[in-house]
Design a protein. Structure first.
Length: 404
Protein backbone atom coordinates (compact mmCIF):
# COMPACT_ATOMS: atom_id res chain seq x y z
CA UNK A 1 0.00 0.00 0.00
CA UNK A 2 2.87 2.38 0.83
CA UNK A 3 4.46 1.62 -2.56
CA UNK A 4 1.12 2.18 -4.32
CA UNK A 5 0.61 5.58 -2.67
CA UNK A 6 4.20 6.60 -3.47
CA UNK A 7 3.77 5.58 -7.11
CA UNK A 8 0.60 7.67 -7.30
CA UNK A 9 2.49 10.72 -6.09
CA UNK A 10 5.33 10.07 -8.56
CA UNK A 11 2.79 9.72 -11.39
CA UNK A 12 1.06 12.98 -10.48
CA UNK A 13 4.39 14.77 -10.23
CA UNK A 14 5.46 13.44 -13.63
CA UNK A 15 2.14 14.50 -15.19
CA UNK A 16 2.42 17.98 -13.72
CA UNK A 17 6.06 18.48 -14.70
CA UNK A 18 5.46 17.11 -18.20
CA UNK A 19 2.46 19.42 -18.70
CA UNK A 20 4.55 22.50 -17.97
CA UNK A 21 7.78 21.39 -19.61
CA UNK A 22 6.31 20.07 -22.85
CA UNK A 23 3.12 22.13 -23.18
CA UNK A 24 4.51 23.97 -26.21
CA UNK A 25 4.93 20.66 -28.05
CA UNK A 26 1.38 19.40 -27.36
CA UNK A 27 -1.27 20.31 -29.98
CA UNK A 28 -3.76 22.90 -28.82
CA UNK A 29 -6.68 20.55 -29.58
CA UNK A 30 -5.31 17.87 -27.28
CA UNK A 31 -4.73 20.38 -24.48
CA UNK A 32 -8.24 21.72 -24.99
CA UNK A 33 -9.65 18.19 -24.78
CA UNK A 34 -7.79 17.52 -21.52
CA UNK A 35 -9.07 20.78 -20.05
CA UNK A 36 -12.67 19.95 -21.03
CA UNK A 37 -12.30 16.50 -19.43
CA UNK A 38 -10.92 18.16 -16.30
CA UNK A 39 -13.97 20.42 -16.04
CA UNK A 40 -16.30 17.43 -16.54
CA UNK A 41 -14.56 15.45 -13.78
CA UNK A 42 -14.89 18.39 -11.44
CA UNK A 43 -18.62 18.73 -12.20
CA UNK A 44 -19.30 15.05 -11.41
CA UNK A 45 -17.27 15.25 -8.22
CA UNK A 46 -19.17 18.26 -6.92
CA UNK A 47 -22.44 16.44 -7.70
CA UNK A 48 -21.59 13.33 -5.64
CA UNK A 49 -19.87 15.19 -2.79
CA UNK A 50 -23.01 15.46 -0.58
CA UNK A 51 -23.31 11.65 -0.57
CA UNK A 52 -19.63 11.27 0.26
CA UNK A 53 -19.81 13.83 3.08
CA UNK A 54 -22.93 12.25 4.59
CA UNK A 55 -21.53 8.72 4.40
CA UNK A 56 -18.19 9.50 6.03
CA UNK A 57 -19.69 11.59 8.85
CA UNK A 58 -22.47 9.04 9.46
CA UNK A 59 -19.92 6.21 9.65
CA UNK A 60 -17.41 7.97 11.92
CA UNK A 61 -20.10 9.13 14.36
CA UNK A 62 -21.74 5.68 14.49
CA UNK A 63 -18.37 4.03 15.10
CA UNK A 64 -17.57 6.35 17.98
CA UNK A 65 -20.88 5.60 19.68
CA UNK A 66 -20.19 1.90 19.54
CA UNK A 67 -16.65 2.16 20.93
CA UNK A 68 -16.93 4.53 23.85
CA UNK A 69 -19.23 5.93 26.52
CA UNK A 70 -21.34 8.99 25.73
CA UNK A 71 -19.26 11.25 27.96
CA UNK A 72 -16.03 10.18 26.29
CA UNK A 73 -17.62 10.62 22.87
CA UNK A 74 -18.78 14.15 23.70
CA UNK A 75 -15.36 14.98 25.13
CA UNK A 76 -13.65 13.65 22.03
CA UNK A 77 -15.85 15.54 19.57
CA UNK A 78 -15.65 18.72 21.67
CA UNK A 79 -11.86 18.58 21.88
CA UNK A 80 -11.49 17.82 18.17
CA UNK A 81 -13.72 20.79 17.30
CA UNK A 82 -11.86 23.00 19.79
CA UNK A 83 -8.43 21.90 18.52
CA UNK A 84 -9.37 22.39 14.86
CA UNK A 85 -10.85 25.79 15.73
CA UNK A 86 -7.67 26.80 17.56
CA UNK A 87 -5.58 25.66 14.58
CA UNK A 88 -7.76 27.68 12.20
CA UNK A 89 -7.52 30.76 14.46
CA UNK A 90 -3.72 30.57 14.72
CA UNK A 91 -3.41 29.92 10.97
CA UNK A 92 -5.71 32.88 10.26
CA UNK A 93 -3.46 35.34 12.09
CA UNK A 94 -0.32 33.87 10.51
CA UNK A 95 -1.97 33.92 7.08
CA UNK A 96 -3.12 37.52 7.49
CA UNK A 97 0.48 38.59 8.10
CA UNK A 98 1.72 36.58 5.13
CA UNK A 99 -0.95 37.94 2.76
CA UNK A 100 -0.20 41.57 3.62
CA UNK A 101 3.58 41.11 3.40
CA UNK A 102 3.84 38.85 0.33
CA UNK A 103 0.98 39.86 -1.93
CA UNK A 104 2.85 42.43 -3.98
CA UNK A 105 5.83 40.20 -4.76
CA UNK A 106 3.54 37.39 -5.83
CA UNK A 107 1.37 39.58 -8.02
CA UNK A 108 4.41 41.02 -9.75
CA UNK A 109 5.38 37.55 -10.91
CA UNK A 110 2.03 36.79 -12.56
CA UNK A 111 1.99 36.77 -16.32
CA UNK A 112 -0.72 36.28 -18.87
CA UNK A 113 -0.09 34.40 -22.09
CA UNK A 114 -1.52 35.71 -25.32
CA UNK A 115 -3.80 32.71 -25.87
CA UNK A 116 -5.60 31.16 -22.92
CA UNK A 117 -6.92 27.62 -23.14
CA UNK A 118 -10.62 26.98 -23.78
CA UNK A 119 -12.47 23.62 -23.42
CA UNK A 120 -12.84 21.65 -26.64
CA UNK A 121 -16.53 20.93 -26.03
CA UNK A 122 -19.27 22.62 -24.06
CA UNK A 123 -19.13 21.22 -20.52
CA UNK A 124 -22.30 20.11 -18.77
CA UNK A 125 -23.74 21.28 -15.47
CA UNK A 126 -25.32 18.94 -12.91
CA UNK A 127 -27.92 20.26 -10.45
CA UNK A 128 -27.16 20.42 -6.74
CA UNK A 129 -29.65 18.15 -4.92
CA UNK A 130 -28.47 19.02 -1.40
CA UNK A 131 -25.65 21.17 -0.06
CA UNK A 132 -22.57 19.68 1.57
CA UNK A 133 -23.36 21.62 4.75
CA UNK A 134 -26.80 20.00 5.03
CA UNK A 135 -25.25 16.60 4.32
CA UNK A 136 -22.78 17.24 7.12
CA UNK A 137 -25.53 18.05 9.62
CA UNK A 138 -27.62 15.08 8.43
CA UNK A 139 -24.64 12.75 8.84
CA UNK A 140 -24.12 13.88 12.44
CA UNK A 141 -27.83 13.52 13.24
CA UNK A 142 -28.11 10.02 11.77
CA UNK A 143 -24.86 8.95 13.41
CA UNK A 144 -26.18 9.94 16.84
CA UNK A 145 -29.82 8.83 16.57
CA UNK A 146 -29.93 5.75 14.31
CA UNK A 147 -27.49 3.56 16.32
CA UNK A 148 -29.70 4.05 19.38
CA UNK A 149 -32.84 3.15 17.40
CA UNK A 150 -31.64 0.48 14.97
CA UNK A 151 -28.56 -0.80 16.77
CA UNK A 152 -26.20 -2.94 14.71
CA UNK A 153 -28.24 -2.48 11.52
CA UNK A 154 -27.43 1.23 11.59
CA UNK A 155 -23.72 0.56 12.05
CA UNK A 156 -23.77 -1.97 9.18
CA UNK A 157 -25.54 0.59 6.97
CA UNK A 158 -22.99 3.28 7.84
CA UNK A 159 -20.18 0.82 7.02
CA UNK A 160 -21.67 0.09 3.59
CA UNK A 161 -22.18 3.77 2.79
CA UNK A 162 -18.65 4.56 3.92
CA UNK A 163 -17.25 1.78 1.73
CA UNK A 164 -19.27 3.17 -1.20
CA UNK A 165 -17.81 6.64 -0.65
CA UNK A 166 -14.27 5.34 -0.40
CA UNK A 167 -14.91 3.32 -3.58
CA UNK A 168 -16.08 6.46 -5.40
CA UNK A 169 -13.04 8.43 -4.31
CA UNK A 170 -10.42 5.70 -4.49
CA UNK A 171 -11.59 3.65 -7.50
CA UNK A 172 -13.32 6.26 -9.64
CA UNK A 173 -11.83 9.65 -8.76
CA UNK A 174 -8.23 8.58 -8.03
CA UNK A 175 -7.67 6.85 -11.43
CA UNK A 176 -8.83 9.93 -13.36
CA UNK A 177 -6.96 12.32 -11.07
CA UNK A 178 -3.97 12.52 -13.49
CA UNK A 179 -6.36 13.63 -16.27
CA UNK A 180 -7.90 16.21 -13.94
CA UNK A 181 -4.45 17.51 -13.02
CA UNK A 182 -3.21 17.39 -16.62
CA UNK A 183 -6.10 19.48 -17.96
CA UNK A 184 -5.76 21.89 -15.05
CA UNK A 185 -2.01 22.17 -15.58
CA UNK A 186 -2.45 22.94 -19.29
CA UNK A 187 -4.94 25.66 -18.37
CA UNK A 188 -2.63 27.15 -15.74
CA UNK A 189 0.33 27.01 -18.09
CA UNK A 190 -1.64 28.89 -20.73
CA UNK A 191 -2.44 31.63 -18.20
CA UNK A 192 0.97 31.67 -16.51
CA UNK A 193 -0.68 31.18 -13.12
CA UNK A 194 2.18 29.21 -11.53
CA UNK A 195 5.03 31.43 -12.62
CA UNK A 196 4.29 33.75 -9.70
CA UNK A 197 4.98 30.94 -7.21
CA UNK A 198 8.45 30.17 -8.52
CA UNK A 199 10.12 32.62 -6.13
CA UNK A 200 7.79 31.89 -3.21
CA UNK A 201 9.16 28.65 -1.83
CA UNK A 202 9.42 30.56 1.43
CA UNK A 203 5.63 30.43 1.71
CA UNK A 204 5.73 26.64 2.03
CA UNK A 205 8.48 26.84 4.65
CA UNK A 206 6.49 29.48 6.53
CA UNK A 207 3.32 27.34 6.61
CA UNK A 208 4.91 24.09 7.76
CA UNK A 209 7.37 25.68 10.19
CA UNK A 210 4.42 27.47 11.81
CA UNK A 211 2.44 24.23 12.00
CA UNK A 212 5.42 22.42 13.56
CA UNK A 213 5.92 25.08 16.24
CA UNK A 214 2.20 25.09 17.06
CA UNK A 215 2.13 21.29 17.31
CA UNK A 216 5.19 21.35 19.56
CA UNK A 217 3.26 23.63 21.90
CA UNK A 218 0.42 21.07 21.97
CA UNK A 219 2.92 18.35 22.93
CA UNK A 220 4.18 20.56 25.75
CA UNK A 221 0.62 21.14 26.98
CA UNK A 222 -0.19 17.43 26.81
CA UNK A 223 2.98 16.64 28.78
CA UNK A 224 2.18 19.09 31.56
CA UNK A 225 4.74 21.53 30.10
CA UNK A 226 7.54 19.10 30.86
CA UNK A 227 10.11 19.55 28.10
CA UNK A 228 11.65 16.13 28.76
CA UNK A 229 8.29 14.33 28.47
CA UNK A 230 7.30 16.35 25.39
CA UNK A 231 10.55 15.53 23.61
CA UNK A 232 10.14 11.85 24.53
CA UNK A 233 6.61 11.79 23.10
CA UNK A 234 7.71 13.57 19.94
CA UNK A 235 10.53 11.05 19.55
CA UNK A 236 8.00 8.21 19.88
CA UNK A 237 5.95 9.79 17.10
CA UNK A 238 8.80 10.02 14.57
CA UNK A 239 8.14 6.57 13.00
CA UNK A 240 4.48 7.54 12.55
CA UNK A 241 5.43 10.87 10.95
CA UNK A 242 7.81 9.15 8.52
CA UNK A 243 5.13 6.55 7.72
CA UNK A 244 2.58 9.32 7.06
CA UNK A 245 5.04 11.06 4.76
CA UNK A 246 5.31 7.89 2.67
CA UNK A 247 1.70 6.69 2.72
CA UNK A 248 0.02 10.12 2.39
CA UNK A 249 -2.76 8.70 4.59
CA UNK A 250 -3.39 9.28 8.29
CA UNK A 251 -5.63 6.22 8.29
CA UNK A 252 -2.93 3.91 6.90
CA UNK A 253 -0.54 5.32 9.51
CA UNK A 254 -2.98 4.74 12.39
CA UNK A 255 -1.41 1.47 13.71
CA UNK A 256 1.98 3.20 14.04
CA UNK A 257 0.36 6.27 15.61
CA UNK A 258 -1.55 4.05 18.06
CA UNK A 259 1.62 2.29 19.18
CA UNK A 260 3.45 5.60 19.66
CA UNK A 261 0.63 7.18 21.67
CA UNK A 262 0.23 4.12 23.91
CA UNK A 263 3.91 4.38 24.80
CA UNK A 264 3.44 8.03 25.77
CA UNK A 265 0.35 8.12 28.03
CA UNK A 266 -0.53 6.79 31.49
CA UNK A 267 -3.66 4.85 30.46
CA UNK A 268 -2.93 3.19 27.08
CA UNK A 269 -6.53 2.05 26.58
CA UNK A 270 -7.54 5.70 26.09
CA UNK A 271 -5.49 5.68 22.90
CA UNK A 272 -7.83 2.98 21.51
CA UNK A 273 -10.56 5.64 21.60
CA UNK A 274 -8.72 8.86 20.77
CA UNK A 275 -6.53 7.68 17.88
CA UNK A 276 -9.14 5.85 15.74
CA UNK A 277 -11.79 8.41 16.69
CA UNK A 278 -9.76 11.43 15.61
CA UNK A 279 -7.59 10.09 12.80
CA UNK A 280 -9.86 11.37 10.01
CA UNK A 281 -11.34 14.44 11.67
CA UNK A 282 -8.42 16.06 13.53
CA UNK A 283 -6.41 17.48 10.64
CA UNK A 284 -4.03 20.15 11.82
CA UNK A 285 -2.01 20.20 8.61
CA UNK A 286 -5.12 20.68 6.46
CA UNK A 287 -6.29 23.52 8.71
CA UNK A 288 -3.00 25.41 8.39
CA UNK A 289 -2.61 24.91 4.64
CA UNK A 290 -6.28 25.70 3.87
CA UNK A 291 -6.47 28.86 5.96
CA UNK A 292 -3.08 30.26 4.93
CA UNK A 293 -2.77 29.15 1.31
CA UNK A 294 -6.31 29.63 -0.03
CA UNK A 295 -6.71 33.29 1.07
CA UNK A 296 -3.20 33.90 -0.28
CA UNK A 297 -4.36 32.68 -3.68
CA UNK A 298 -7.35 35.01 -3.42
CA UNK A 299 -5.03 37.93 -2.68
CA UNK A 300 -2.81 36.92 -5.60
CA UNK A 301 -5.23 35.81 -8.33
CA UNK A 302 -8.73 36.71 -7.12
CA UNK A 303 -10.83 39.12 -9.12
CA UNK A 304 -13.79 39.45 -6.73
CA UNK A 305 -13.54 40.96 -3.24
CA UNK A 306 -14.11 38.63 -0.28
CA UNK A 307 -16.23 40.26 2.41
CA UNK A 308 -15.67 39.76 6.14
CA UNK A 309 -18.88 37.73 6.30
CA UNK A 310 -17.72 35.46 3.47
CA UNK A 311 -14.35 34.93 5.13
CA UNK A 312 -15.92 34.09 8.53
CA UNK A 313 -18.23 31.58 6.81
CA UNK A 314 -15.18 30.06 5.12
CA UNK A 315 -13.33 29.67 8.46
CA UNK A 316 -16.37 28.05 10.08
CA UNK A 317 -16.75 25.59 7.23
CA UNK A 318 -13.03 24.72 7.38
CA UNK A 319 -13.62 23.55 10.96
CA UNK A 320 -16.88 21.75 10.21
CA UNK A 321 -15.66 20.03 7.03
CA UNK A 322 -12.78 18.42 8.89
CA UNK A 323 -15.43 15.98 10.20
CA UNK A 324 -16.07 14.90 6.61
CA UNK A 325 -12.51 14.22 5.41
CA UNK A 326 -11.71 10.96 3.60
CA UNK A 327 -8.57 8.86 3.80
CA UNK A 328 -7.74 9.31 0.11
CA UNK A 329 -4.78 11.42 -0.95
CA UNK A 330 -5.71 14.73 -2.54
CA UNK A 331 -9.42 14.69 -1.68
CA UNK A 332 -9.31 17.10 1.29
CA UNK A 333 -9.72 20.19 -0.87
CA UNK A 334 -12.23 18.43 -3.16
CA UNK A 335 -14.72 18.33 -0.30
CA UNK A 336 -14.24 22.08 0.10
CA UNK A 337 -14.93 22.94 -3.55
CA UNK A 338 -18.49 24.29 -3.01
CA UNK A 339 -17.41 26.33 0.04
CA UNK A 340 -14.33 27.77 -1.64
CA UNK A 341 -16.33 28.67 -4.76
CA UNK A 342 -19.14 30.31 -2.80
CA UNK A 343 -17.25 32.22 -0.10
CA UNK A 344 -13.77 32.84 -1.55
CA UNK A 345 -15.12 33.24 -5.11
CA UNK A 346 -12.59 30.84 -6.64
CA UNK A 347 -12.63 30.54 -10.42
CA UNK A 348 -12.14 27.12 -12.08
CA UNK A 349 -8.50 28.06 -12.74
CA UNK A 350 -7.93 28.97 -9.08
CA UNK A 351 -9.56 25.69 -8.01
CA UNK A 352 -7.25 23.83 -10.36
CA UNK A 353 -4.22 25.66 -9.01
CA UNK A 354 -5.26 25.02 -5.40
CA UNK A 355 -5.90 21.33 -6.13
CA UNK A 356 -2.49 20.98 -7.74
CA UNK A 357 -0.75 22.64 -4.81
CA UNK A 358 -2.63 20.45 -2.32
CA UNK A 359 -1.67 17.32 -4.28
CA UNK A 360 1.99 18.34 -4.33
CA UNK A 361 1.98 19.24 -0.63
CA UNK A 362 -0.05 16.18 0.40
CA UNK A 363 2.90 14.18 1.84
CA UNK A 364 3.88 17.13 4.06
CA UNK A 365 0.25 17.82 4.99
CA UNK A 366 -0.24 14.18 6.02
CA UNK A 367 2.98 14.20 8.05
CA UNK A 368 1.76 17.28 9.94
CA UNK A 369 -1.67 15.67 10.40
CA UNK A 370 -0.08 12.55 11.91
CA UNK A 371 2.22 14.64 14.11
CA UNK A 372 -0.81 16.65 15.23
CA UNK A 373 -2.88 13.52 15.89
CA UNK A 374 -0.22 12.31 18.30
CA UNK A 375 -0.26 15.65 20.12
CA UNK A 376 -4.06 15.65 20.25
CA UNK A 377 -4.26 12.09 21.62
CA UNK A 378 -1.74 12.86 24.37
CA UNK A 379 -3.66 16.03 25.25
CA UNK A 380 -6.99 14.15 25.15
CA UNK A 381 -5.64 11.47 27.49
CA UNK A 382 -4.49 14.14 29.95
CA UNK A 383 -7.86 15.95 29.94
CA UNK A 384 -9.71 12.60 30.19
CA UNK A 385 -7.65 11.66 33.25
CA UNK A 386 -8.32 15.03 34.89
CA UNK A 387 -12.09 14.83 34.30
CA UNK A 388 -12.83 11.15 34.90
CA UNK A 389 -9.99 9.24 36.57
CA UNK A 390 -9.60 11.76 39.37
CA UNK A 391 -13.15 10.96 40.51
CA UNK A 392 -11.88 7.61 41.74
CA UNK A 393 -9.84 9.33 44.48
CA UNK A 394 -12.65 9.33 47.07
CA UNK A 395 -11.81 5.65 47.78
CA UNK A 396 -10.94 6.30 51.40
CA UNK A 397 -12.46 3.24 53.03
CA UNK A 398 -9.02 2.14 54.24
CA UNK A 399 -8.57 5.48 56.03
CA UNK A 400 -11.86 5.13 57.87
CA UNK A 401 -10.85 1.60 58.75
CA UNK A 402 -7.73 2.91 60.43
CA UNK A 403 -9.74 5.46 62.40
CA UNK A 404 -11.80 2.70 63.86
Amino acid sequence: MVITQSLKLVLLLLVLVAAFCFADYVPYTLKSLCYAASLSIKEVLVFVLPLVVFSIVFHSTSKLRGDSAVKTLLLLISMVALSNSASVAVAHFLGSYLSTSATHSIISGAQQNARTLEPLYATFHLPSLISSAKSLALGFTCGIILPAVLGKRSIDLSEKLSNLSVFILDRIFAPVLPIFILGSAFKMESEGALTSLRDNAGVVVYIFASAFLYTTFLYLAGSGFSLRKALGTMKNMLPAVVTGLGTMSSLLTMPVTLTAVKRSIKHPHIADISVPGSVNIHLLGDCFVSVILLPLLVATLGTEAVTTSDYVHFLVYVVLMKFAEAAVAGTGLVLMFPVVEQYLHFSPTMLSLATTLFILLDPLITAVNVFGNGAFSVLFARVHDLLFHQKKKPKRASVSGRIR
